[in-house]
Design a protein around this ligand. Structure first.
Ligand code: PLP
Length: 482
């Protein structure tokens, strides 16, 4: 008989390395400010240091961690640095990380209720909690006609919304017969590109996507939407889907959801509301006005993985009528049949998204909500908004910089008054220095710097330092030019 071998990491070593890794992560968070926020490596720098062939015999964990420090860390852009102000945040927290570890440890694949009942039931429960915490329409609850599910991203949530809207409009015929060339969808010129991608993936074509004009606040103009829908109907198209945004990516603009929703009702269009980052602000009663009209939406999504201290990936996707979504995405091959599903008494989340398999993501969200409580979450979100307001005030008071508008939430758009080229140079210089990291957008031909304040550890002293760096760098560029 061949000698029995065991290559697995034993339990003792796992305990030891696991504790070491938690210490390593805690040290990383304590020292994250010592790294340049934006990774300074060049393309290929990381791969060039990796062996061309994989190891034939196993290596020690210590050796792997040495390589993490020497090879991987220089190639990390430090999203968890309190000096990270780029894009939208993707913040984390200790309870969320612990939830991720537990999810990995349990290694559950929760495609069906039956494959791990707690994975499904906790997810439904936590998403229902959020409906109450955020004062969302109660029909989004799984205990009502609708329901919530955790998707990986807002992009896939939008895709599912497009697919469900397509099927609703075509009486579930397109699923059977294939692509429908006549269906038209509506977004604003500021809507996130994921909806355009969703139209491609759904086979509906970007030619059938209408980009509606925005007003001076970058919000969709409802009368332009109405006019375009009417024109399309006259031209023989079949309008089916509108996406409104609460907190656009470029400038955090908020579309008039109520007015858009009324147009959707009139023309029987599916309204999806994308609040990817700014949706977290619904935790605050004083921001309620931005969410008016949400009761008219058939679907809604926001990302705790952006601004709610929950590790990527975690998108909360709600629908007002779960049967439409399920009828769109359900498929039941013989090998997945089971008693609970057949009795119809349970949720099988594999019918709520594109893929079959799913991780136990609800654990991290549950840990976050239980650790902070509503009070803790509200405190930190309000703090980010306060810091945004403070930064905007410094910009508005400065002689050399201008503010695009007063921030609604935590994103500030501003620029030096010396024009686009100067601002581009300023941004490059700031980011090359590595002390802070900002990104930009262009609106009506004007280049704006974006200061997006949402990192877990960002405090007032960090934005003071950022403002100092921005002003000093602009002076240096000015002096070099003159
Ligand atoms: N919608 C908006 C408004 C966004 O800002 C983003 C990303 O920043 C997305 C959708 C896409 O998010 P995700 O990465 O979760 O797909």
């Amino acid at each position: 008989m061949a000698e029995e071998k065991n290559y697995h990491m034993n339990s003792e070593e796992f305990r030891e390395q696991g504790k070491m890794l938690i210490d390593w992560i805690a040290d990383y968070y304590e020292q994250v400010e010592k790294y340049p926020v934006l990774s300074q490596v060049k393309p290929g720098d990381i791969r060039n240091q990796l062996p061309t062939t994989p190891p034939t015999t196993g290596e020690s964990f210590d050796k792997m961690m040495k390589d993490v420090e020497q090879i991987i860390m220089p190639g990390i852009t430090h999203w968890q640095s309190p000096n990270f102000y780029a894009y939208f945040p993707s913040n984390t927290s200790a309870p969320s990380i612990l939830g991720e570890i537990l999810s990995s440890g349990l290694g559950v694949q929760g495609m069906l209720w039956a494959t791990s009942p707690a994975c499904t039931e906790l997810e439904s429960h936590v998403l229902d909690w959020l409906v109450d915490m955020m004062n969302l329409p109660s029909h989004f609850k799984t205990t009502e006609k609708g329901g919530g599910v955790i998707q990986d991203t807002a992009s896939n949530a939008a895709l599912c919304a497009i697919l469900a809207a397509r099927e609703q409009k075509t009486n579930f015929e397109t699923n059977k017969t294939g692509i429908n060339q006549n269906l038209t969808a509506y977004i604003s010129t500021q809507t996130h590109s994921s909806v355009e991608k969703g139209m491609k993936v759904a086979g509906l074509g970007t030619d059938n996507l209408r980009k509606i004009e925005v007003d001076e606040n970058m919000a969709m103009i409802p009368s332009k939407l109405e006019a375009q829908v009417t024109q399309d109907l006259e031209d023989g198209f079949v309008p089916f889907f509108v996406c409104a945004t609460i907190g656009t990516t470029s400038s955090n603009a908020v579309d008039p959801v109520k007015a858009i929703g009324e147009i959707c009702e009139k023309h029987e269009l599916w309204l999806h509301v994308d609040a990817a980052m700014s949706g977290t602000a619904a935790l605050l009663p004083e921001k309620k006005n931005y969410f008016e009209g949400l009761e008219l939406a058939q679907s809604y999504s926001f990302n705790p993985h952006k601004w709610m201290f929950t590790n990527f990936d975690c998108d909360c996707f709600y629908v007002s009528d779960k049967s439409t979504l399920i009828n769109t995405l359900s498929i039941l091959p013989e090998y997945l049949k089971n008693e609970a599903t057949e009795k119809g008494a349970v949720i099988d989340y594999r019918d709520w998204h594109v893929q079959l398999g799913r991780r136990f993501r609800a654990l991290k969200l549950w840990f976050v909500i239980r650790h902070y409580g509503l009070e803790g979450l509200q405190y930190h979100i309000r703090e980010h908004i306060r810091l945004g307001g403070l930064f905007a005030k410094w910009v508005a008071e400065s002689e050399n910089f201008e503010l695009m508008e007063a921030p609604r939430f935590n994103l500030v758009l501003f620029r030096h008054n010396k024009g686009n080229e100067f601002n581009k140079k300023l941004l490059d210089n700031i980011n090359q220095r590595g002390k802070i990291y900002l990104t930009h957008t262009i609106l009506n031909g004007t280049f704006w710097l974006r200061m997006s304040i949402g990192q877990t550890q960002t405090r007032e002293n960090h934005i003071e330092k950022a403002w100092e760096i921005i002003q000093n760098t602009s002076q240096v560029i000015d002096e070099l030019a003159s």
